[in-house]
Design a protein around this ligand. Structure first.
Ligand code: SUG
Length: 449
């Protein structure tokens, strides 16, 4: 069966800001309080999508979420008119106001976990939105994410949607950021590598192998539950623990230290707690030879890996069998990283033959690189034709979205602007227009009333 990978990038929302909300995410923690530029952020994202579309890769787009989430503030006891709710939250609980304004849904690698149809027993594509329960600002995402995914992948004969896992620490789930499908051609059966940071039940000794400084955001139990929902068997799955020292160095998701595509697994030597076992199990289960590309700590230190986001690159397949690595601009600013790309990755015995640099700085300051900004969905031609909405990027859609951003987005957002009731109004107007342009129907709480 022939199939192709479609990268669905999250549009950066109109309230994109720097609030230092993400514990264990070094960039978010160090940039909290800075003035952001939502318009520039959205345009940087759109330009990345456009250049990949121009280079021949299938590119999709996912809308941002309704922010500020005034409904969440009401749930927490703030009452009155919308401006009053915002003003009270700003005064009494500014940290809550910041959380409900986050544009964090732009990082669609965390939107959910996807199993393509060649791997599922019922031959459908399976989706589980991630509960993102590790942080309050992200816990607000899954309900709308689920509605957006169901609106786009609506055809029940081809697409299956599962419940979000229970939003409790034992089932902490961060979606595709901790999930990699390895395979030969995309349409051939693949093996699913699930990477977790901690185990919730059972093994009392596992606590000794957990991070000490920063939280582990994904549990083994969550990964196992997603695999079960999707009908994946033992022969199709590998569960590997992330190295706790990596989490403590700022690697809050596996996709900050490893990226896989087809049979290639590009990873830093500190990615997995038991590297040898992980590779052995992958080799034993994969139908095609694994091509591991291991970057040792002598080449790229943990600090360089986290600051440059080398491993948060997109690894894309080309028709001639080669692969292109899409890295963030920050990789050029670190000499050791840039040298490793040139002398080791490009010159090495592996399919990576080209490096493309993208400027996504507005997102990077919150710890989101090129790979965080996209959700990969492998689709057959028939599945692709069954999508609902206008979500596959074309020249015209790119122009429409660019004009939409220029019309509605501010070019400056300081922390004190988040309480501005006008910002909330602007955001709703922009999103209402967006759902019409994307032909998605009603997906936001304000449209469902
Ligand atoms: O969950 N940052 C996000 C970044 C997510 C990156 N995604 C992947 N690695 N796939 C997070 O830590 C920061 C928001 C703020 O501080 O304003 C934030 O949520």
């Amino acid at each position: 069966m022939s199939a192709q990978e479609v990268n669905f990038d999250g549009l950066v929302g109109p309230t994109h800001n720097y609030s230092g909300l993400a514990v264990g995410n070094v960039a978010s923690m160090s940039h909290g309080g800075l003035v952001s530029n939502p318009r520039e952020g959205a345009l940087q994202g759109l330009l990345k999508m456009k250049s990949l579309m121009d280079a021949g890769y299938a590119q999709g787009v996912l809308p941002p979420q309704q922010r500020p989430d005034i409904g969440a503030l009401r749930d927490l006891g703030f009452s009155g008119s919308n401006p009053e709710v915002l003003a009270r939250a700003a005064k009494e609980a500014p940290q809550l106001l910041r959380a409900v304004c986050s544009a964090s849904s732009m990082w669609t690698a965390n939107a959910g976990t996807i199993t393509p149809s060649p791997d599922a027993p019922d031959g459908r594509v399976h989706f589980t939105p991630a509960n993102l329960q590790s942080s309050f600002h992200r816990y607000l995402e899954p309900a709308t994410t689920g509605r957006v995914l169901q609106a786009i992948f609506r055809d029940e004969e081809r697409f299956a949607h599962h419940s979000v896992l229970p939003a409790t620490p034992a089932f902490a789930d961060e979606g595709a950021a901790n999930h990699t499908r390895l395979c030969g051609e995309y349409g051939e059966p693949g093996v699913h590598l699930f990477v977790y940071g901690r185990q919730a039940f059972g093994d009392v000794r596992s606590g000794e192998r957990e991070p000490k400084r920063y939280p582990a955001r994904q549990t083994l139990e969550a990964s196992q539950a997603v695999a079960r929902q999707h009908g994946l068997t033992d022969a199709q799955t590998v569960f590997a623990q992330q190295h706790p020292e990596a989490i403590d160095a700022g690697v809050f998701h596996n996709d900050v230290i490893a990226v896989g595509n087809g049979p290639v697994l590009l990873y830093h030597e500190m990615a997995f707690l038991d590297e040898a076992r992980t590779l052995d199990e992958l080799r034993a289960k994969m139908a095609t030879p694994l091509i591991p590309v291991r970057v040792p700590v002598e080449a790229v230190s943990m600090e360089d890996a986290v600051a440059s986001y080398l491993f948060n690159s997109q690894l894309l397949s080309n028709p001639d069998g080669t692969m292109t690595l899409v890295v963030p601009g920050e990789c050029q600013e670190r000499e050791a990283v840039w040298r490793t790309i040139q002398d080791y990755l490009l010159a090495g015995h592996n399919p990576i033959s080209e490096v493309v640099v993208k400027d996504v700085k507005q997102s990077m300051r919150n710890g989101g690189g090129p790979a965080c900004l996209r959700l990969r969905v492998v689709l057959t031609d028939a599945e692709r034709s069954a999508l609902t909405g206008r979500v596959l990027l074309t020249e015209t859609l790119f122009e429409d979205l660019t004009a939409w951003v220029n019309r509605h987005y501010r070019d400056r957002l300081a922390p004190e602007d988040l309480a501005d009731p006008q910002l909330a109004e602007e955001s709703l107007t922009a999103l209402d227009e967006l759902t019409q342009r994307l032909k998605l129907g009603a997906v936001y709480p304000f449209q469902l009333k």
